[in-house]
Design a protein around this ligand. Structure first.
Ligand SMILES: Cc1cc2nc3c(=O)[nH]c(=O)nc-3n(C[C@H](O)[C@H](O)[C@H](O)COP(=O)(O)OP(=O)(O)OC[C@H]3O[C@@H](n4cnc5c(N)ncnc54)[C@H](O)[C@@H]3O)c2cc1C
Ligand SMILES: NC(=O)c1ccc[n+]([C@@H]2O[C@H](COP(=O)([O-])OP(=O)(O)OC[C@H]3O[C@@H](n4cnc5c(N)ncnc54)[C@H](O)[C@@H]3O)[C@@H](O)[C@H]2O)c1
Length: 451
């Protein structure tokens, strides 16, 4: 039986980062992947979605900047570039790369049969240490009649060769709002159905409100507070019946209704792993799941983002190589790539209240506060909200909806993670004119009374 120092189960961003570091350190590593090395992110999620959101964003930039006009979108060109970006759904370069770096690459579905024992098809192997990095899969509600309709997830959406004329998107969180933005930018008639009373419910209520305004302005028809109950087909249209008695129809129905950790029937429990109530692998602060078993990425159910999967990959590689680094999730950015971008870091006010943190909040309208929005757009858009812990005088939360917010939220992310005192932040000198100047404008309003 083949024996390895480490076996990595699943080669999405989390598995890739851990494997890469362990190979560099000279470990004998087996990387096992049932589909494509790169995972959901590289082929069906982050990469194609951000690639396909970019043309619409560039057109908006042209439309809103003074003195430039004439941007047109081409689905033919955009989808050709998307195909390049998703490597034409081919990972032979990745397989060759990992093999060259000394890994044993095994294609197939891995399951654990006993501590340190793994089966992939007919192949049995043992490993001193196991890293579970099997990601997540979409949740599709079990609607009556769902088999009659054209139902898509992110996979069909982001690998489409032709676009539908119309789409109903169910779920108003990150996938639902980004997908609506992308499809609407290419002229698809979009209805976005969301059962909550505001979009992006994990963020501040104000974020959901502003997102509703901006998305509606692009022609997306947003229906809040309604749930899909049944589905049926009517000619070439897929129909969704809603719990308020109305129905909506389109060429395709896209489910953006969340994801669940991929842990079922993979034998992880046989290695001592404990699964949580949502099927997630329970891990400690070193991402350790059991004796000689670690887990990274969506499968841990912690913060289902690629940058978190990669961070956990670094933590686990460090632990296996004898380090003692602990994962720390405070202040990690959460960006939704709508137009404009929606970015947040740290706590919402409700979360701070729950933790008994005394807070002060401030929201500023960027156009009234700094110059950059005016040099950037003729009709500037943008807001920044900050949440300050008034006892410790540090930031604990931030959100922004504005052009490039996904870039400049990192200043708040660092301030929250490093507990940078407000006084130090007030002494920060941001480039003029930049969106970063918004922090000074907002912080001066938050400044404690003693100053
Ligand atoms: C539409 C969409 C857009 C997104 N955009 C962003 C974004 O812009 N930024 C961001 O940070 N996050 C984004 N995400 C989230 C991001 O895709 C995930 O957080 C990320 O892919 C998680 O990485 P992972 O390594 O945990 O898992 P995955 O990327 O899911 O990879 C897991 C891998 O494990 C393999 N696998 C599973 N089971 C087995 C098994 N038994 N044996 C062998 N292999 C197995 C799978 O085939 C897969 O390749 C998006 C998600 C979606 C759906
Ligand atoms: N830019 C990014 O970083 C990015 C982009 C896309 C996705 N992601 C990640 O991928 C994961 C999946 O995203 P998501 O938006 O699918 O999931 P999600 O869990 O964030 O949201 C799913 C939404 O669907 C709604 N919903 C569920 N069932 C429903 C039903 N039957 N009828 C109506 N609404 C229903 C829920 O109320 C929820 O608001 C998330 O964790 C997200 O963070 C990240």
């Amino acid at each position: 039986m083949e024996h390895f120092d480490v076996a990595v189960l699943g080669m999405g961003p989390g598995g890739e980062v851990a494997a890469g570091r362990l190979l560099k350190a000279g470990k004998k590593v087996a990387v096992i992947e049932r589909e494509l090395i790169g995972g959901e992110c590289a082929y069906w999620a982050c990469v194609p979605s951000k690639t396909l959101l970019r043309p619409g964003e560039a057109r908006t930039a042209v439309e809103r900047a003074a003195g430039v006009s004439g941007a047109e979108l081409s689905w033919f060109e955009a989808s050709k570039y998307r195909d390049y970006m998703i490597r034409h759904l081919d990972d032979k370069t990745q397989i060759a790369g990992y093999s060259r770096d000394g890994a044993t690459v095994i294609k197939g579905e891995a399951s654990v049969t006993a501590p340190g024992h793994i089966r992939v098809g007919d192949r049995e192997l043992t490993a001193e240490k196991i890293i579970i990095a099997t990601g997540s899969e979409p949740i599709i509600p079990d609607l009556e009649g769902i088999d009659q309709i054209t139902a898509w997830t992110n996979r069909e959406t982001y690998t489409a060769t032709t676009l539908p004329k119309s789409a109903v998107i169910i779920g108003g969180s990150a996938v639902g709002t980004e997908t609506s933005t992308f499809l609407a930018s290419f002229g698809v008639k979009v209805i976005l159905i969301h059962r909550g009373d505001r979009l992006l419910e994990r963020e501040e209520p104000r974020v959901g409100e502003l997102a509703f305004t901006y998305l509606s302005e692009t022609g997306i028809n947003i229906r809040l507070g309604v749930s899909a109950t049944k589905a049926h087909r009517s000619g070439d249209q897929s129909v969704i019946e809603l719990d308020d008695g109305t129905q909506v129809s389109a060429d395709v129905i896209i489910f953006a209704t969340g994801r669940t950790p991929r842990t079922q029937n993979l034998g992880f429990e046989l290695a001592g792993v404990i699964l949580g109530e949502h099927g997630q692998v329970q891990v400690d602060e070193h991402c350790r799941a059991a004796e000689n078993v670690w887990a990274v990425g969506d499968v841990t159910g912690i913060m289902p983002f690629t940058h978190v999967a990669k961070y956990q990959g670094r933590i686990v590689a460090d632990a296996i190589l004898g380090g003692d680094r602990k994962a720390f999730y405070q202040g990690i950015p959460r960006v939704v790539f709508t137009d404009p971008e929606i970015a947040a870091a740290g706590l919402t006010q409700a979360q701070a209240d729950q933790q008994g943190i005394k807070t002060k909040v401030i929201e500023i309208d960027l156009a009234k506060s700094i110059s950059r929005p005016w040099t950037y757009e003729e009709n500037p858009r943008g807001h920044l909200g900050l949440l300050m812990d008034t006892e410790r005088n540090v930031l604990v939360g931030a959100w922004a909806i504005a052009p490039l917010a996904g870039e400049w939220i990192h200043q708040a992310s660092l301030a929250i993670r490093a507990h940078i005192p407000i006084d130090t932040l007030l002494d920060q000198v941001a480039q003029y004119p930049s969106y970063n100047e918004a922090y000074l404008a907002a912080l001066e309003k938050l400044r404690p009374a003693s100053h």
